[in-house]
Design a protein around this ligand. Structure first.
Ligand code: AMP
Ligand code: FES
Ligand code: ZN
Length: 312
């Protein structure tokens, strides 16, 4: 195959659009895709401060890299989740990326600041902390951005992530989540920062190709706690389908966003509107105490009982 831009020998094939690019032309194609989505979805403007949530993985580092190359003012945020060596290695990758480029990286240390870590949040039914971990991440993305005055939080969610989430929400008919799934979540409260996912139409393979060609040093391993998680099974299944039908994942997600979403009751992109402030932490919530504060109480109890066991 030939490169769609320069006609030289191609290195990366984009099967769903039957095109390919050489390693020299590919990064510009990737960044054009990102820019096109930012503009089309009106994610943010050049004069706004953007906070990129970075995990040390390929997607979030590719996003941070692409945004800075495109001339955006983007700082990073890393949350120390306390998942053993995995967290330490991903923190080191995030810090190295920032320091090599003179970028600002804010950090939150869950254990130090909150007295618990993600492994203290195991769900009694699934035995996994992933759902609670999602709540922890969303809470701190929002809080750090709101406290420091950023107008937008950008995450590295890619097409594979979004298609797998959509599949899970359809499988379980989580109508509330279906209505809120999308690349942009508007701010509906002064303390609720706008959330965007600029890579949502680019596949994991495409972001990996960008990270490799741009020589980004990212963490290869996946979170050890996610082993056996349903989302991984959905991803595997969608990839098997993609092999047979190139473009299946893209069609599933983009078709839903264009057509299916409107059919879901309350299906718009806004975050909850009926909000007041959590009586403990002041963050926006629908109830008296926010979901995070309730969960943090459980985490701290668990952490204290583990510490007591070791002290014995
Ligand atoms: P995940 O939930 O692990 O699939 O990650 C989805 C997105 O959340 C990533 O692309 C990052 O933007 C962000 N993210 C994940 N882990 C962290 C972390 N420890 N600190 C900051 N952002 C994170
Ligand atoms: Fe949250 Fe793995 S990153 S459980
Ligand atoms: Zn709270």
């Amino acid at each position: 195959m030939r490169c769609h831009a320069c006609r030289g020998p191609a290195n990366v094939e984009i099967r769903r659009s039957r095109t390919a690019y050489c390693a020299r032309c590919y990064p510009a194609w990737f960044r054009t895709q990102v820019q096109e989505r930012i503009d089309h979805e009106r994610m943010f403007r050049r004069d706004q401060g953007i906070l990129v949530a970075v995990s040390g993985g390929k997607d979030s580092l590719a996003l941070w890299h692409a945004l800075t190359e495109l001339g955006y003012r983007a700082d990073g945020m890393y949350i120390r989740l306390g998942i053993g060596d995995y967290s330490q290695r991903s923190q080191a990758k995030s810090e190295a990326f920032a320091s090599e480029r003179g970028l600002t990286l804010h950090q939150v240390d869950l254990k130090e600041a909150q007295g618990f870590a993600v492994p203290d949040l195991l769900d009694t039914r699934s035995g996994k902390p992933c759902a609670a971990c999602g709540t922890v991440k969303r809470y701190h993305f929002n809080k750090v951005a709101a406290d420091l005055g950023y107008e937008v939080v950008a995450t590295g969610h890619n097409l594979d992530d979004e298609a797998a989430t959509l599949f899970g929400n359809v499988m379980h008919w989580n109508v509330d989540y279906l209505g809120r799934q999308g690349p942009v979540l508007a701010s509906t409260h002064p303390k609720l920062v706008r959330k965007v996912k600029p890579l949502y139409r680019l596949s994991e393979r495409e972001t990996a190709a960008y990270a490799i060609i741009e020589r980004l040093d990212y963490i290869l391993e996946e979170c050890p706690m996610a082993k056996g998680a349903k989302s991984l099974a959905y991803k595997g299944m969608l990839n098997a389908l993609e092999e047979e039908q190139p473009g299946a994942k893209y069609g599933f997600l983009v078709g839903f966003l264009k057509q299916g979403r409107h059919a879901v009751p309350g299906g718009d992109f806004d975050q909850a509107t009926d909000l007041r402030e959590c009586t403990r932490c002041g963050q926006p919530t629908t109830g008296e105490l926010c979901a995070y504060c309730k969960m943090a109480d459980r985490g701290r109890k668990k952490s204290a009982s583990k510490a007591a066991k070791y002290a014995r």
